[in-house]
Each structure stands twice: as C-alpha cells, then as structure tokens.
Design a protein around this ligand. Structure first.
Ligand SMILES: Cc1cc2nc3c(=O)[nH]c(=O)nc-3n(C[C@H](O)[C@H](O)[C@H](O)COP(=O)(O)O)c2cc1C
Length: 206
C-alpha cells in the first residue's frame, strides 16, 4: 500500500475512534432477566452495532452510600463521600447519550436509582439550581410496570417513574430523546416486538 494512502487511513481511523459517541446505560433493576434489564440490553446491542462506545452502571451492584443531604455537592460539583458514585459522575458528564432503564415501584423509581440521582445532585445542578450538563447530551428513559393500559398513565404508574427519571435529566439541562413504557408487564417474559422497534427508533433515528 502506498505510504500516503496508509497514513491517510491511519488518520481516518484515529479520527473515527476519537469521534466515537459515548453512551451511559443505567440498569435500574436487580433482576438480571427482568424486563427493564432486557430493554437495556436491547439498547446496548443496538449501540454496539452502531459503533458507539458505551458504559454500563448497575444501580443495585455499585457501592453507593446514602445521600446525606448536605448539598455541598451543589457548590463543588461532586459528592465528597468516597465510593463508586464518583466514577458514575465522570461517565455521566462525558456521555452523549444517557439511557436509564428502571422498573416502576410504587409509581416511582426503585430506591437505588433514586439514591444515585440524589448522590449525583451536584453533578447535574449548581447551588443556584442551574444545569451543569449540556443540551447536546440526550437521554432515553425506559420503564416497565404491571398496571395495564390505560391505568399505567391514568393512575400515574409508569408515568410516575418516567416523571421521576425525567426530573433528574431535565433539571440537568439534557435533551429528551424519548420515554418508553412497557405496561401490563406481568403478561411478558420477553420484550414484545413493538417495544423493541420503538427502542430502536428512539435510539437511532431521533
Ligand atoms: C416493590 C415493587 C413495587 C411495585 N410497584 C408497582 C407499581 O406501583 N405499579 C405497577 O404498575 N407495578 C409495580 N410493580 C411491578 C413492577 O413494575 C414490574 O414487575 C416490572 O416489570 C419490574 O421490572 P423488571 O422486570 O425490570 O424488574 C412493583 C414491583 C415491585 C417489586
């Protein structure tokens, strides 16, 4: 291969690697075969086949101590408690896309996901509640709930957990790519085709 062509090819490869978009996927269920885990896995496979870099955070598995509500983090941008949350903060600040897949528990998000949001409070807003993240950072929210259509929305079930996740992302200054709910979840052991297509559409075409 001619020298010039080879060096151009190397430059293009380096630029491609440098420009690779980054995603952060937060798994919000302890159930390894649960529905939100399966939906997060669909995202992971799609991103990987679309040449994205991605990191995974499992809210139930990381070492995260409870938020103590001191609000010091809003001044400094980070929580002073030493555990895995600082690593999550770094990934969050860098990512182009945040995916959160968490089940609906009592019309809300599970405790470990909520605590992670609380602990990341200073990473997303400052002392004046001004956003610290960028508009160019997008987010996709995913949940599953047992309440069937239309009660998942009318009774604030999946809409409750999506609202809680949205609150965290919106106040951070990020842009919403989409919100996906799988209602009537007890009927399913795998993800229906329609939902899989919806995930693909939101993830890759919006
Ligand atoms: C503690 C707990 C609370 C729940 N609360 C609700 C609820 O308020 N509304 C609802 O529709 N489903 C509720 N569910 C059902 C879950 O949302 C449903 O099983 C979901 O599929 C779990 O997601 P996963 O399969 O990803 O773990 C609850 C389940 C648990 C374990």
């Amino acid at each position: 291969m001619p020298k010039k062509l080879r060096s151009n090819l190397i430059k293009v490869s380096v630029l491609t690697i440098m420009n690779k978009k980054k995603a952060l996927i937060i798994y919000g269920s302890s159930r390894k075969k649960g529905l939100t885990t399966q939906m997060a896995n669909i995202c992971r496979n799609l991103l990987s086949s679309s040449n994205w870099d991605y990191d995974v955070v499992r809210a139930y598995e990381i070492n995260q101590k409870p938020c103590i509500g001191c609000l010091e983090c809003r001044k400094t941008g980070r929580c002073y408690i030493k555990d895995d949350v600082e690593n999550v903060r770094k990934k969050l600040v860098e990512c182009d896309l945040l995916v959160i897949a968490a089940p609906t528990y009592f019309a809300n998000i599970p405790g470990p996901v909520k605590n992670l949001f609380d602990r990341l409070s200073g990473a997303v807003v400052d002392a004046n509640t001004k956003p610290r993240l960028r508009k160019t950072q997008q987010y996709l929210l995913i949940t599953a709930c047992n309440a069937p259509v239309p009660f998942n929305k009318l009774a604030g079930q999946s809409s409750g957990s999506l609202r809680a996740m949205n609150e965290f992302c919106k106040i951070a200054g990020m842009s919403c790519k989409g919100k996906i709910a799988l209602p009537g979840a007890q009927k399913y052991t795998t993800i229906p085709r329609k939902i899989e297509e919806k995930i693909g559409w939101y993830l890759l075409h919006t």
